[in-house]
Design a protein around this ligand. Structure first.
Ligand code: PRT
Ligand code: MG
Length: 209
């Protein structure tokens, strides 16, 4: 049996059609069940929050998983192989600020609100900037509007959310897509089965391209 951890939310919306194209469908109510059998006797799904996927897979509670590159970069990826870019749920991780924000005084320590403190710290450190990190769990776009932060580091897709809130993207840190991850031990102990599923996902990625 192979357990595949899927990220609920927008990544799931892109992953289910991909599974369907591979001939795999959930055999149960995916909205209610957290563990769902599939039409493949040797594949079951667990449906969890994106940020929990690296943990489930690293501990071997799931053999393979799908989550965002943003989540993987923030997690660090320890205990995981990342063999495949699924090229779904694309977006970018960017720095944004209020349009027409006044220039900051020379030695001002930039206040950055983000859900991604590790990536953000590393990004500004590369620019020799020590920033004050404000960790948030959502609605980052609000922070600069109410004076909580000078800038945000957040995901952007169409840019509509930034625009609607009077914010502009000032820098792209990295482009993001959903990735397949594999437990390092399972890659050895369940090698054939995992190779099989990686190949099927790779075919589905090719077919979409
Ligand atoms: O449930 P939990 O809170 O744990 O997770 P979540 O709410 O972060 O899950 P969800 O369903 O939003 O999925 C998040 C994952 O989807 C991210 O980790 C990315 O890998 C991927 N993804 C792709 C995105 C976007 N595109 C995206 N646009 N995640 C979030 N957004 C946000 C963006 O920050 C903005 O606030 O969607 C909003 C709309 O974006 P625009 O630019 O199109 O307006
Ligand atoms: Mg959410």
């Amino acid at each position: 049996m192979i357990t595949l951890a899927l990220s609920k939310g927008r990544i799931l919306e892109d992953t289910l059609p991909m599974l369907k194209a591979m001939g795999v469908e959930p055999a149960g109510d995916i909205g209610r069940l957290l563990r769902v059998p599939t039409t493949e006797p040797d594949l079951q799904l667990v449906i969890i929050r994106p940020a929990d996927v690296p943990t489930y897979v690293a501990y071997g509670a799931a053999d393979i998983g799908v989550t965002g590159k943003d989540v993987l970069m923030e997690h660090g990826g320890e205990g995981l192989y990342e063999p495949l870019d699924l090229k779904i749920a694309g977006c970018r991780l960017s720095v944004a600020q209020v349009r027409d924000a006044p220039a900051l005084p020379p030695h001002h320590r930039l206040r950055v609100a983000t859900k991604y403190p590790a990536i953000t710290q590393a990004h500004f450190a590369q620019r020799d900037m020590q920033v004050e990190m404000i960790k948030l769990y959502g609605s980052m776009e609000l922070a600069p509007l109410v004076g909580l932060a000078d800038v945000i580091v957040d995901l952007v897709d169409t840019g509509n959310t930034l625009k609607a809130n009077g914010l502009i993207e000032t820098e792209i840190i990295t482009h993001i897509t959903a990735r397949m991850v594999v437990n390092k031990a399972a890659m050895k102990t369940k090698h054939a089965a995992i190779k099989h599923w990686l190949a099927r996902f790779a075919e589905a990625v090719e077919a979409r391209a």
